[in-house]
Write a protein that binds this ligand. Structure first.
Ligand code: 5GP
Length: 216
């Protein structure tokens, strides 16, 4: 039997003190702590790449990246997949498509979800790997999967870098999960708060000052 490991971040994990890491000076007051350092994120993604190649690596991969929050995760994961695939006996081709979804205002999820992107995703036929940076209630992921099914892919797998540990998200989980985190609002590594913090490499907890400063 295959043992599936999950990386759980405990409810009482406060994060590392900011001073222990480098970060953009302009966010000094705006983040509380370094919740997941960039180096840890990268190594975890390298592991996900290995797992994905083990499962899906015998055929070419069509990768669907969910923007904007997923762009770093996608770029780094695909880089690791390529690197590991190059050194394997049977290298695979990866192709990419991008889609954009919007549902958040400030730090709250809103009801209306919009899909912005190419009408025709028929290149997803074959094996599709959908990449999302974060799964909160799972609403977005469900809708995305329905959308992807319209294009009749042979097989669909979902990778999520972060999954929030909340009861309502238990229905469908991504096939590959980077970190399971408490229900707290995080920013950085392309995850934003009203378009700010995407330029932060670590995943951080936003401070009250930060929330007020960039509120719409
Ligand atoms: P869901 O549909 O799973 O509730 O929401 C997923 C979307 O909400 C994500 O794609 C992301 O855009 C946004 N989101 C949820 N939680 C967070 C968070 O902690 N930080 C940020 N920056 N975005 C979040």
């Amino acid at each position: 039997a295959v043992t599936v490991f999950t990386l759980q971040i405990a409810d009482d994990w406060p994060g590392y003190k900011l001073e222990l890491f480098t970060y953009p000076e302009h966010y000094r007051e705006d983040v509380e702590s370094v919740y997941i350092p960039h180096g840890v994120i990268m190594n975890r993604i390298e592991c996900l790449a290995r797992d994905i190649l083990e499962d899906m690596g015998h055929e070419n991969l069509m990768v669907l990246c969910v923007l904007k929050g997923g762009y770093k995760f996608c770029a780094d994961l695909v880089d690791y997949i390529k690197a590991q695939s190059r050194s394997s006996v049977r290298p695979i081709t990866t192709r990419m498509e991008f889609i954009r979804l919007r549902s958040y205002l400030n730090d709250r999820s809103t009801e209306d979800l919009q899909i912005i992107g190419p009408e025709d995703l028929s290149m997803l036929k074959g094996k599709a790997l959908t990449l999302k940076a974060i799964v909160d209630t799972g609403k977005t992921m469900k809708m995305l999967l329905q959308h992807v099914q319209n294009f009749q892919p042979k097989r669909v797998k979902v990778a999520g870098l972060l999954v929030k540990r909340i009861p309502s998200s238990a229905t469908i989980l991504p096939d590959y999960v980077g970190f399971v985190i408490p229900n707290r609002f995080v920013v950085g590594y392309a995850l934003d708060y009203n378009e700010y913090f995407r330029d932060l490499n670590h995943i951080c907890l936003i401070s009250e000052t930060g929330k007020l400063k960039y509120k719409l």
